[in-house]
Structure formats: structure tokens, C-alpha cells
Design a protein around this ligand. Structure first.
Ligand SMILES: CC(C)(COP(=O)(O)OP(=O)(O)OC[C@H]1O[C@@H](n2cnc3c(N)ncnc32)[C@H](O)[C@@H]1OP(=O)(O)O)[C@@H](O)C(=O)NCCC(=O)NCCS
Length: 246
């Protein structure tokens, strides 16, 4: 509980420069010819000098994809992925009610980079190792004043059905429980009409926690949603030696 409420309070104005420790910059991976994604630093936010909160790694391996922390250098790949997936994203998400401009996506990437540093959400591009391209997104979000995190995801339309969403959610769940010891539970929510999305937590052993009303924000929404969840103890028991990167 303390972790999350204090993390949520971690705004730029509150940061004590003395309290920020930064790990060395790692080498990057390329996601398109001519586009080099430079892996940033891993930040640590020490509020009032008594509470050191580690962030997540800038990269998480997830089988055929590597999750790469949002950074403006990903703009070209992200724009391409959104363009190629616009119909599906428009159908299922409020974000794509209209095609976002390059300027909007660049701003989102910069905001995501900053949120990652501040510890309010941890957004990643899914970078296909063979294609060397951005093939989707996945991220962890703080829930206010709770010891839970949410996971969200989408996969580029020409790359669905290859297990990318499943592998990415597995990697994020592993990482969340590993790097945030106070987090007890992870949730994934979607409209109940989105059967492909609901298949992901089910396959990974999340339990259907509840059904609830949710706003109708896009064409595909029915107004009723599923919320899936997994507890730390259940996940660790199920993991039984499985690793996200394999
Ligand atoms: C939902 C989405 C992320 C799935 O990504 P993906 O990489 O194809 O997912 P995976 O390959 O890991 O797994 C998909 C699973 O859904 C199943 N599935 C696909 N369509 C389905 C349907 N209509 N009904 C039931 N299951 C379905 C697949 O069979 C597969 O399960 P399997 O491996 O047991 O066969 C992707 O389709 C997407 O981005 N959709 C548009 C945006 C979106 O809906 N995002 C989620 C918002 S909550």
C-alpha cells in the first residue's frame, strides 16, 4: 500500500535530486534500419530519503519479442504499428477514436518515458527480434491507493496469433512481482465482447475476478467488462521455473 500511494505522489516537483540514483546506460537494440532505440537509465526514486523504490528494467525479454521502454526514438516504429492496426485499435480502444498524429504519438512516448521514470506507469513497445520492428505495446499501470497493478496490451494486426500478447503479459507479471515486492495482485480488464483479449489472462492462469459495467468508448464495447486477476502467491506457485524470456 505504502509503495503505491507514495509512488503515485512521486511527481517531478517532489523529487529530491540527491535521492535519484541512476544505473549506467546499457547498449540499445535497433528496431528499424536507421532508428536506434537507446535504452535509458534505470531510475530510483527516494522520497524523503527513507524509501528507495526501484523501477522496472528498460528491457524485458518475452520470447520472440523484447519489451522496450517507451522512448521518442521509437516514434517511426510506433506510428507504423498504429497505422497497420488502426481498424482493430479503433474498434476496441478509445485511444484510437481517430488516427493519432505523429506529434501526438511523439508526445505520448515522451510522457511514457517520464511516467516510467516517476514510477506511475511502465509502458513498453513490443519489439520483434526477427522483424526488428515494433509489433505492439504492453504496460503496467498503478491503481490508486492499492497494492495492485493493471496490465494493458495490443499487438500489431499483422502479427496477432503468434503468442506475443501472452508472452508479454507473462513477462510483465513476472517483472511486477519480482521488482515490486509490495504488489500483491495484478489485474487485467477488457470489455467482455473482446474474446481475443480475454483469452490472454485465462491462458496464463489469471482467474476471472468479476464482471462489471464499464463505459462504452468504442465501437466494439458492450458496456460490460471482465476483470481478471492473479495474486502473487498464486503466480509464483504456477510459475514453477518458467521464465518469460524462453
Ligand atoms: C487481443 C490481442 C492483444 C491478442 O494479441 P495476440 O498476440 O494475438 O495474442 P496471443 O497470440 O498471445 O493469444 C491470442 C489467443 O486468443 C485466442 N483468440 C483469438 N481470437 C479469439 C476469439 N475471437 N475468441 C476466442 N479466442 C480468441 C487465440 O486462439 C489465442 O489463444 P491460443 O493461443 O490458445 O490459440 C490482439 O488481438 C489485439 O491487439 N487486439 C486489438 C486491441 C485490443 O483488443 N487490445 C486489448 C484491449 S483490452
Amino acid at each position: 500500500m505504502a509503495l503505491l500511494s507514495r509512488r503515485a505522489a512521486c511527481r517531478a516537483a517532489d523529487l529530491n535530486p540527491q535521492g535519484l540514483t541512476e544505473a549506467p546506460v546499457q547498449s540499445g537494440i535497433s528496431v528499424k534500419p536507421g532508428l536506434r532505440y537507446k535504452v535509458g537509465t534505470t531510475s530510483f526514486c527516494d522520497l524523503n530519503n527513507d524509501y528507495l523504490v526501484p523501477s522496472l528494467p528498460d528491457q524485458l525479454p518475452a520470447g520472440a519479442v523484447v519489451l522496450c521502454r517507451w522512448h521518442v526514438d521509437l516514434l517511426e516504429g510506433m506510428l507504423n504499428a498504429i497505422r497497420m492496426s488502426f481498424a482493430e485499435l479503433h474498434h476496441w480502444t478509445a485511444y484510437a477514436s481517430t488516427m493519432p498524429s505523429a506529434e501526438m504519438i511523439a508526445r505520448d512516448l515522451e510522457d511514457g518515458d517520464e511516467s516510467f521514470r516517476l514510477g506511475t506507469k511502465w509502458l513498453y513497445a513490443l519489439c520483434d527480434v526477427d522483424l526488428d520492428e515494433v509489433v505492439g505495446c504492453a504496460g503496467l499501470y498503478l491503481q490508486d491507493d492499492t497494492d495492485s497493478l493493471d496490465i494493458g496490451y495490443w499487438v500489431r494486426s499483422d502479427c496477432t496469433g503468434r503468442g506475443h500478447a501472452t508472452a508479454s503479459v507473462r513477462a510483465l507479471t513476472d517483472a511486477a512481482f519480482k521488482f515490486f515486492p509490495q504488489v500483491k495482485r495484478i489485474e487485467i480488464a477488457m470489455d467482455r465482447a473482446n474474446l481475443a483479449s480475454a483469452a490472454i489472462p485465462r491462458k496464463l492462469g489469471y482467474m476471472l475476478d468479476r464482471e462489471e459495467d464499464r463505459p462504452v468508448e468504442s465501437d466494439g464495447d458492450s458496456g460490460r467488462g471482465f476483470v481478471w486477476s492473479v495474486e502473487r502467491s498464486t503466480w509464483l506457485r504456477m510459475a514453477g521455473g518458467q521464465t518469460s524470456g524462453s
